[in-house]
Design a protein around this ligand. Structure first.
Ligand code: GLN
Length: 195
């Protein structure tokens, strides 16, 4: 059995290369996903930041939305920023279609003005001290369900959350130098592979 996990990075638009580079640094194989068929044989998937409406437009292509929806129900998936919006059960400002996989409500563009885009440092329950978080026109997680665990927040709002095999961040961990969040995701993937 190969111990190197194969992680797909949805590469329809947005910050996918930086995610793939971080995965490589951690010894995982990062595979770019551009077609529904590319989801086969992956151990996990990252849905990067970008513009969620543009993602949705690309996903309207033959069967892609449904294939992705089935994938995220079954396999570890990490959504960052626009990716977190796609994973959410409810999206507001304005309401839009999503995969509905995670019990969170996300308000788009809450930190939407230019001066709300910022690099902030905040405490985290992950070991190793505060996290540096890069926010770009970020959404706000306005509500989390009872089975959602919070690792970090911005003010009172959770910014890094996990529910079962799903992880979501409203910031861009791939744009910093801190590998802890990608490592957390890889640990989730390894755990699900051996389960
Ligand atoms: N504002 C974007 C959206 O609503 C998300 C921004 C990002 O991914 N950096 O989809």
């Amino acid at each position: 059995m190969s111990s190197t996990p194969t992680i797909g990075v949805l590469a329809l638009q947005g910050a996918y290369e930086a995610h793939a580079a971080m995965l490589r640094q951690l010894g995982a194989k990062g595979v770019l996903v551009r077609q529904p068929e590319d989801l086969a044989n992956l151990d996990g998937l990252i849905i990067p930041g970008g513009e969620s409406t543009t993602f949705l437009k690309h996903l309207e292509r033959a069967g892609f939305f449904d294939a992705l929806s089935t994938f995220v129900q079954q396999k570890p998936t990490f959504g960052t920023c626009a990716g977190a919006i796609l994973l959410a059960k409810d999206v507001t400002n304005p309401p839009q279609r999503s995969l509905g996989a995670m019990d969170i409500t996300v308000e788009r563009n809450f930190y939407g003005r230019q001066n709300d885009s910022a690099i902030l440092s905040a405490p985290t329950t992950l070991p190793g001290g505060p996290l540096e978080m890069v926010y770009i026109r970020a959404p706000r997680i306005a509500h989390i369900g009872p089975t959602v665990e919070t690792f970090a927040s911005r003010g009172d709002d959770p910014t890094l959350v996990r529910e079962g095999h799903l992880l979501a961040a409203t910031f861009h961990p791939e744009l910093g130098h801190d590998l802890r969040i990608h490592q957390l995701f890889l640990d989730m993937v390894t755990k699900s592979k051996t389960a």
